[in-house]
Design a protein around this ligand. Structure first.
Ligand code: MG
Length: 214
């Protein structure tokens, strides 16, 4: 009985403490939780919720032939989950480069459905990705192989823009699109840096429990 009381007391103390500061998880536990999130359908469900809500907003808009949605690529249009899992949920630059060259990432199903819905409505699509220009051909191939065959432009980083912070660079690229006559009605991405600054339209933030890009 005494042991039971002690255990209960310990639980109360732990719960009390965790309410006041971040809960520190064992890394192995955290990886299992992330894996379960992606593999149980929760990830797809959350993507669907965000996208369906955006579709309702888009349906209220007055569209024209220059209406455009900006898509991010990694963890938005294409999933790198399998690669990330394969290396134990880490990040190794050389392996990442090899993975991109394989052009074998799978489309994120809910994003692909959203893309098809937009194309059917004659809404234009542009990709703005933080990937380097060296991977342009592989990226283009991967997108097309996964069914993203109709889009106005694919913008990647160049040597000149490589070091600009993601949010700032993406906002600059969106501004160029607007100057070229496009009307950006929405932005879809897995990072907040995909959709801060001007010319975003409706913000569609997909979940990403694998990494953060500021
Ligand atoms: Mg991304």
């Amino acid at each position: 009985m005494k042991e039971k009381t002690f255990a209960l007391l310990l639980i109360f103390i732990l719960v009390g403490c965790s309410a006041e500061k971040d809960i520190l998880l064992n890394l192995d536990t955290a990886k299992k939780l992330v894996q379960n999130y992606y593999e149980s359908g929760e990830f797809d469900k959350e993507c669907s919720l965000q996208i369906e809500s955006a579709k309702k907003e888009i349906q209220k808009l007055k569209l024209n032939e220059k209406s455009l949605v900006v898509f991010d690529i990694d963890e938005t249009a294409l999933s790198n989950y399998e690669h990330t899992k394969e290396i134990g949920f880490g990040y190794v630059y050389s392996l990442w480069e090899e993975w991109l060259e394989k052009a074998d990432a799978k489309a994120i199903p809910e994003t692909k459905k959203f893309y098809d819905w937009l194309i059917e409505k004659n809404i234009k699509v542009a990709f703005i990705s933080g990937r380097d220009e060296e991977t342009y051909s592989a990226t283009l191939k991967n997108l097309k192989d996964q069914g993203f065959t109709k889009f106005d432009t694919l913008i990647t980083r160049t040597k000149a823009t490589k070091k600009i912070p993601a949010a700032e660079w993406k906002a600059e690229e969106r501004e160029k699109l607007v100057k070229n006559g496009y009307n950006i009605i929405a932005c879809i991405g897995d990072q907040w840096s995909d959709m801060v600054g001007g010319h975003t339209g409706i913000k569609i933030k997909l979940p990403n429990y694998l990494y953060i890009i500021d």
